[in-house]
Design a protein around this ligand. Structure first.
Ligand code: PMP
Length: 396
C-alpha cells in the first residue's frame, strides 16, 4: 500500500533558508544568511537567576498547564509596551500569547483561508509567512513595493478587480527581506483603503522596536478604526528566540477564534518561559537590553553599508534600512543570485537568494543580507569575499 499525504502538502517544499543554514554551520563560514540575533546579546546570567527565582517562588505554577490565552502579567506588560512604543490602545484581553509569531501566521491561515482564497502580500515578502499560509492552499497576489512599502495604487487596483481577497499580510517596519519601512503617510493611505474594502490585515512586526534612527512610526494597528488589523510580534528579536514567545494583539472577536485554534494545536504556550520573561521585566531593565541591541546592530549595519558602498560595482544597488536585521541587494538582470551563492559558498560566505521571497517566482537577481549575527571584522571580510564573487561572475 502506498501512503498518500493530504493535498495541502503538495505545494510545500523544504525552505531554502534551512538548507543553506545547514551549510553555514561550517566553522569558517561567514554567514549573512539566517535572521539570527547576536547571541552575545542574550542575558544568559540574568536568565539563570530568573529561572531559579521562578522555580523557587512559583515552581508548581511554572510546571503546570496554563490558560490558552497566556500568562496574565505578561499579557498586561505586552499591551502596555505596545501602546507606549507603537501608539496603539490595546489591553491584556486583546493579547494572545503564541509560540513565536510564526505560530500566529499559521493560525491566521487556519482562521481565514479556504482553498483558492486570495492572500495579498508585499512583493517580496517574508518567506516563512508564504510557507505558513501556503498550507491552506490560497492563491497569492504579491503587490509591488517601492522603498516606502506597498504601492497603494496597485493595492487598490487589485482589490477593485478581485472578489476573493480574504487576507492581507504586511510587514511595515524594517521588512523581512528588504529592510524597508512604510512612512506614516503610506500607512494612513493603506488604512483608508482597508477600511473601504473591509479586509483583515496581518501586521507582522518583529523588528519595529529595533530602530536605529528617528522615532518609531505608529503601527497600522494604531489607525485601525474598524478593528481589522491583527498585529503580531515576538520576543525573538528584542530578547531571545529560544524561549519561543510571541503574541497576537487584535479585537477580542478575533482573539476568541485564535484561542479555539490554539486549544486544538497546543493547548497553551510554555508557561515557564512566559513567567521568565515577565520576571525578567520586573527585575531587570528590558528597555536597556533593547537599547543595547540597537547600538550593536546600528554599528553592524553601518559597517556593512560602508563596505558595500566602497566595494560594489555601480550596477549593483541595495537598500539602506533604518533598523531591523536585513538589507536587500539587487544585481544586474543577468546575474542569477542562486548561481552566485554557489560561488560564494566556495569562498565561505553565504546569503539567501531573493527568489524564495516571491510567492509566485521572480527576483532571481536579488538576495538578502543579514547584519545582526556577524561581528564587525567578519562583516568586512565577508563583504570583500562576496564582492569578489560578483566581480568574478561578471567577468566569466
Ligand atoms: N515574521 C517575520 C517577518 C520574521 O522575520 C520572523 C522571524 N524571522 C517571524 C515572523 C517569526 O519569528 P518568531 O516565530 O521567532 O517569533
Amino acid at each position: 500500500m502506498t501512503v498518500t499525504f493530504a493535498r495541502r502538502m503538495d505545494g510545500l517544499k523544504a525552505s531554502e533558508i534551512r538548507e543553506i543554514l545547514k551549510l553555514t554551520q561550517q566553522k569558517d563560514m561567514i554567514s549573512f544568511a539566517g535572521g539570527l540575533p547576536a547571541p552575545e546579546s542574550f542575558p544568559v546570567e540574568a536568565m539563570q537567576k530568573v529561572a531559579q527565582k521562578v522555580l523557587e517562588q512559583q515552581g508548581s505554577q511554572a510546571l503546570q498547564y496554563s490558560t490558552t490565552e497566556g500568562y496574565e502579567p505578561l499579557r498586561e506588560k505586552i499591551a502596555e509596551r505596545m501602546n507606549r512604543k507603537f501608539a496603539t490602545s490595546v489591553q491584556a484581553n486583546n493579547v494572545l500569547i503564541t509560540c513565536g509569531s510564526q505560530q500566529a501566521l499559521d493560525f491566521s491561515g487556519k482562521l481565514f483561508l479556504n482553498e483558492g482564497d486570495i492572500v495579498l502580500c508585499e512583493s517580496p515578502t517574508y518567506l516563512a509567512a508564504i510557507s505558513a499560509l501556503k498550507a491552506y492552499q490560497p492563491r497569492f497576489i504579491a503587490i509591488p513595493t517601492d522603498a516606502q512599502g506597498m504601492v497603494l495604487a496597485e493595492l487598490e487596483k487589485t482589490l477593485a478587480s478581485q472578489k476573493n481577497v480574504k487576507l492581507i499580510y504586511v510587514i511595515p517596519d524594517f521588512q523581512n527581506p528588504t529592510g524597508n519601512s512604510w512612512p506614516l503617510e503610506r500607512r494612513r493611505g493603506f488604512m483608508e483603503i482597508i477600511n473601504r474594502y473591509h479586509i483583515p490585515v496581518i501586521e507582522d512586526n518583529p523588528y519595529g522596536e529595533l530602530r536605529f534612527e528617528n522615532k518609531i512610526i505608529p503601527a497600522l494597528k494604531s489607525m485601525d478604526t474598524n478593528g481589522l488589523v491583527i498585529f503580531t510580534s515576538t520576543f525573538s528579536k528584542t530578547f531571545c528566540p529560544g524561549l519561543r514567545i510571541g503574541w497576537i494583539a487584535a479585537e477580542e472577536k478575533f482573539i476568541e477564534k485564535y484561542v479555539l485554534i490554539k486549544q486544538g494545536a497546543d493547548l497553551c504556550t510554555s508557561i515557564r518561559g512566559q513567567m521568565e520573561i515577565a520576571t525578567y521585566m520586573d527585575d531587570y531593565d528590558f528597555e536597556e537590553n533593547v537599547e543595547k541591541l540597537i547600538q550593536l546592530y546600528r554599528v553592524r549595519r553601518d559597517v556593512m553599508i560602508e563596505m558595500l558602498e566602497k566595494k560594489l560595482p555601480q550596477n549593483v544597488t541595495f537598500t539602506h534600512p533604518q533598523g531591523g536585521l536585513f538589507l536587500w541587494v539587487q544585481l544586474p538582470e543577468d546575474i542569477d543570485a542562486s548561481e552566485l551563492l554557489q560561488d560564494c559558498l566556495k569562498k565561505k560566505v553565504a546569503f539567501i537568494p531573493g527568489e524564495s521571497f516571491f510567492p509566485n517566482g521572480g527576483g532571481k537577481n536579488t538576495f538578502r543580507l543579514n547584519y545582526s549575527n556577524m561581528a564587525e571584522l567578519n562583516i568586512r571580510e565577508g563583504i570583500k569575499r562576496l564582492v569578489q564573487a560578483i566581480l568574478e561572475y561578471q567577468t566569466d
